[in-house]
Design a protein around this ligand. Structure first.
Ligand SMILES: NC(=O)c1ccc[n+]([C@@H]2O[C@H](COP(=O)([O-])OP(=O)(O)OC[C@H]3O[C@@H](n4cnc5c(N)ncnc54)[C@H](OP(=O)(O)O)[C@@H]3O)[C@@H](O)[C@H]2O)c1
Length: 253
C-alpha cells in the first residue's frame, strides 16, 4: 500500500518549503494527509489548501500540534493521526532547522537546539512512527536528511553532523526492518531554494522544491532506501566523497 496512490500519510513539516511541495503533490494524486506542526493556524490553512488540491471534502485532512523541541508530545500527535486516518501507510518528516556555522560556534545553546531538532528528537519521533508502522504490518518512513551529512565540511560542521547522524540511523533502520515491511527512505537534498536557504548565495545547481517533490514521490513508489535530489546532487556528492582529506582541508565550501 505504501507504494501506491490513495495512501494515508502523516506529514510532519508540510507548511513550508520542500514539505509543502511534496504534500501538494501527494494530495493532488489522491493521498489523504494528516499534518503535524507547530502553528495551528498555519496547519489549518495548509490542510484546507491540500483539500482543494485533492478535490476532497472540507475537514477531511486533519492536523495536530507537534513541535520537534517537545518530544513528550510525539506519541499523542501520532495517536491523533492514527485515529483520524484509521491506518497509517506513510510517515513523512521534512521538518528540520539550519543555522550558519559561525552563529552556532558563538552559541552553545543554539548548537544544542540544532542537534536536538535535527538529530535526537527526529530519531525519537521516527522511533514512535516505526513502532506504529510495524504494528500495522509495515509502511514507508520518509525522512529528509541532507547531503551536508556526507562529508565533514567547514561551513556545515554542526548542521552536517546532525544530518550525518540522522542518515546513519535511517540506513540502519532500513537494514533492520525492511524484511518486516518497514521501508525507510533517506532523502538527501542538495541546495534547494526554500525559506531555509533564503539569504544564502545559491551555488550552481541550486534546485527547486517542486523538482525535489517529484523525485521523492517516485522514490517512495519504488521503495528506494536513499535519494539524492535534485539532479545532479548525487553526482556532485559522489565526487566530494572521493576527495582526499588534504583537498577538503584547503577548500572553503
Ligand atoms: N533547503 C535546502 O537547501 C536543504 C538542503 C538539504 C537538506 N534540507 C533539509 O530538508 C528539510 C526541509 O527543508 P526546507 O528547505 O524545505 O525547510 P523550510 O522551508 O525551512 O521548512 C522547514 C519546516 O520545518 C518545520 N520546523 C522547523 N522547526 C520545527 C520544530 N521545532 N517543530 C516542528 N516543525 C519545525 C517548519 O515548520 P514551521 O512552519 O512551524 O516553521 C517547516 O515546515 C529539512 O530537514 C532540511 O534540513 C534542506
Amino acid at each position: 500500500m505504501s507504494g501506491q496512490p490513495g495512501r494515508n500519510v502523516v506529514f510532519f513539516g508540510a507548511t513550508k518549503g520542500m514539505g509543502r511541495s511534496l504534500a501538494r503533490l501527494m494530495a493532488a494524486r489522491g493521498d489523504r494527509l494528516f499534518l503535524l506542526g507547530r502553528d495551528p493556524e498555519d496547519l489549518e490553512r495548509s490542510a484546507r489548501d491540500l483539500e482543494v488540491r485533492a478535490g476532497a471534502e472540507s475537514g477531511s485532512m486533519g492536523h495536530a500540534a507537534a513541535d520537534l523541541m517537545k518530544p513528550e508530545g510525539f506519541s499523542a500527535a501520532l495517536d491523533a493521526a492514527g485515529e483520524a486516518l484509521g491506518s497509517i501507510h506513510v510517515v513523512v518528516i521534512t521538518a528540520g532547522v539550519f543555522a550558519a556555522q559561525d552563529d552556532l560556534e558563538a552559541d552553545p545553546d543554539r548548537v544544542k537546539w540544532m542537534l536536538d531538532i535535527n538529530f535526537t528528537h527526529t530519531i525519537l519521533f521516527c522511533e514512535e512512527a516505526r513502532k506504529r508502522l510495524l504494528a500495522s504490518g509495515g509502511g514507508s518512513l520518509v525522512v529528509f536528511s541532507s547531503v551536508a551529512g556526507d562529508r565533514g565540511r567547514k561551513p556545515v560542521a554542526i548542521y552536517g553532523a546532525s544530518k550525518a547522524g540522522l542518515s546513519f540511523y535511517l540506513e540502519s533502520l532500513d537494514h533492520k526492518f525492511r524484511d518486516q515491511g518497514l521501508i525507510t527512505l533517506d532523502v538527501k537534498p542538495g541546495f534547494v531554494k526554500t525559506g531555509m536557504t533564503a539569504g544564502l548565495k545559491p551555488p550552481p545547481f541550486a534546485g527547486e522544491p517542486e523538482a525535489v517533490a517529484r523525485q521523492v514521490m517516485k522514490a517512495i513508489d519504488k521503495k528506494k532506501p536513499l535519494l539524492y535530489t535534485p539532479f545532479p546532487w548525487g553526482w556532485i556528492m559522489w565526487v566530494i566523497r572521493t576527495l582526499p582529506r588534504f583537498v577538503m582541508r584547503r577548500l572553503g565550501f
